[in-house]
Every structure is written in C-alpha cells, then in structure tokens.
Design a protein around this ligand. Structure first.
Ligand code: DQA
Length: 147
C-alpha cells in the first residue's frame, strides 16, 4: 500500500509561518514523523509539496497513473478556493483525507468553505501534525476493509 502525502502553499515554511497557529515544527519534521509512522503501519509514502495550484493538480493525476492507493492532503489556502484541485481529487477517485493543522472551523469566515471537503473521504482539523498520522491510520483501515 502506498500513500501520497500532498501539501499545498506555505506548508514548506512550517515552523517559520505563524508558529502560534501552526507550531514550531518544520516541514522536514513533518516528513520524519510521517516516514516513521509509515514504517510502523507497513505502508510506503511519497511526499510532494507545491505553492502552485496546477502543480498540485498534476501531482494528483500522477498519483493515479503511479497506482497510489490513498492521499493525505493539506491543500492549505487552495482548500478554500480551488475547484480545479477538487475536480482532480474527484476525477482520479483515490481515497483522500483532507488534513488541516489548525482548527479552521474557529478561524476566519473565508476559511469556512472547503471545496476539497466535498470530495474527500474524511477530514481532520486542529490536531497539529498528528492529523497527518491519523489520516494515514484512517486510509490504512479504509483500504484494508475494502480488500
Ligand atoms: C491550513 C489552513 C488553511 O486555511 C491555510 O490557508 C493554510 C493551512 C491548515 O493546515 O491549518 O495554509 O490548511
């Protein structure tokens, strides 16, 4: 089983950006945490991060052709704006868990819309970086049950 850990804009500057909201751990710390958890789960992981909308669409399409089984996806700001990314997730049909580090439901009005949420298998918010490993657990269980 192989998961794509996909992150949108500004997730590469975790630890620098608004640490009071997103914490002090870096993107590399996130990669380490996810890699360790993947070993425990016995799954493979690939990472991709981009600050560009079309690159994220391309990565989702590539995941389909590469036979990726599940996607853990923090679309960051594109969550609230991108029909193209939501269409890609829906189009490839790969089970996708939407993850947000912060508790978006308690933040600004413009963050209350999620185009990805409408097409995701599940959404995890406000759990910090642990949201990513919880999303992996969710996908492993979901895909295990489907077999
Ligand atoms: C975020 C929440 C988004 O609203 C924001 O634009 C981000 C990060 C989160 O992980 O909490 O960049 O997706």
């Amino acid at each position: 089983m192989k998961f794509l850990i996909l992150n949108g804009p500004n997730i590469n500057i975790l630890g620098v950006r608004e640490p009071e909201i997103y914490g002090r751990q870096s993107y590399d710390d996130l990669r380490r945490l996810v890699s360790e958890h993947a070993k425990e789960l016995g799954v493979g992981v690939e990472f991709y991060q981009s600050n560009h909308e079309g690159d994220l669409v391309d990565a989702i399409q590539k995941a389909y052709f590469d036979g990726i089984d599940g996607i853990v996806f923090n679309p960051a700001a594109y969550t609230h704006t991108s029909v193209a990314i939501a269409d890609a997730v829906k189009g490839v049909g790969i089970p996708t868990v939407e993850v947000h580090i912060s508790e978006v439901s308690k933040r600004e009005a413009f963050r209350q819309v999620s185009y990805i949420g409408a097409v995701a298998a599940h959404t995890i918010t406000g759990r910090g970086l642990a949201g990513y490993t919880e999303a992996m657990d969710y996908l492993a269980k979901l895909l295990g049950e489907r077999k």
